[in-house]
Ligand binder design. Structure first.
Ligand SMILES: Nc1nc2c(c(=O)[nH]1)N(C=O)[C@@H](CNc1ccc(C(=O)N[C@@H](CCC(=O)O)C(=O)O)cc1)CN2
Ligand SMILES: Nc1ncnc2c1ncn2[C@@H]1O[C@H](COP(=O)(O)OP(=O)(O)OP(=O)(O)O)[C@@H](O)[C@H]1O
Length: 205
């Protein structure tokens, strides 16, 4: 597959995954949110992390609101993304639901001080959105390249963990050279799966 074919294939896959997400009702998304919260809150190395970059779910994404609240209540410093016009992500702290405000694309974003795109380097773990993830950790995003850019700024031993629905963890996805793979995936039914040779202290399950 050449470059333009890979890009076209990614576009078709994105449309398909988004279409199927539209059919997921609030109950399923909420159940998924409880499951991913329980999986991540059980990880002792994540509990030790002082700062976790997360995201505040929108549309058919597995719900992350319970996870964000649970981390925050435990005393973890939770960073959430602010979508910048150029496609970069800025980062600001979650400090309770009152500290979020509606932004573009149906998103709720933090209103507090913005630390700049480089703040991701200070995160001990990065929980990121994806439309799909494959068995090598290739991540399919929404196509703006935000998380490819953001993940390039994290520390080399900081795990990136994508959250997807069970059917979105697939055998294989097309990858381009700029794509940043994730180190693990969490699905509601399958829990945590870790990829690669374990460059970071994560229990394999
Ligand atoms: N929850 C969340 N926050 C995120 C991202 C994400 O994927 N999910 N992003 C990742 O890069 C950045 C924002 N990028 C986004 C780009 C497009 C849409 C979007 O298409 N929204 C739909 C409504 C939601 C849906 O149905 O999926 C819309 O505008 O119609 C959302 C976020 C930063 N914050
Ligand atoms: N590190 C980077 N710096 C600048 N541009 C980048 C970088 N990574 C990716 N891009 C650009 O972003 C565009 C979209 O990339 P891609 O299709 O891989 O998005 P994605 O990973 O699916 O989405 P996202 O990262 O927003 O979730 C590409 O055209 C690419 O050129």
């Amino acid at each position: 597959m050449d470059e333009s074919e890979r890009r076209a294939a990614k576009g078709r896959l994105r449309r398909g995954f988004l279409e199927r997400r539209r059919n997921r009702g609030p109950e399923e998304r909420s159940r998924a949110g409880s499951a991913v919260r329980d999986t991540l809150m059980d990880l002792s190395w994540l509990a030790m992390g002082g700062t976790v970059a997360c995201y505040y779910s929108v549309g058919g994404e597995p719900d992350t609101r319970k996870l964000v609240t649970a981390l925050w209540k435990r005393g973890t410093y939770v960073l959430l993304p602010v979508f910048l016009p150029g496609g970069d992500l800025d980062w600001a702290a979650f400090d309770g639901p009152d500290t979020l405000a509606p932004a573009g694309h149906g998103l709720l974003e933090p209103v507090g001080h913005r630390y700049g795109p480089e703040a991701l380097a200070r995160a001990d773990a990065v929980v990121c959105p994806a439309l799909a993830v494959d068995r090598r950790g290739t991540r399919l995003g929404r196509g703006a390249g935000c998380y490819d850019r953001a993940l390039a700024r994290k520390g080399p031993h900081t795990p990136a963990i994508a959250l997807v629905h069970d059917e979105e963890f697939v055998e294989s996805l097309p990858a381009e050279p700029h794509d940043r793979p994730v180190d693990a995936v969490v699905t509601p039914g399958g829990g945590l799966r870790v990829f690669g040779a374990g460059v970071w202290p994560v229990e394999r399950t």
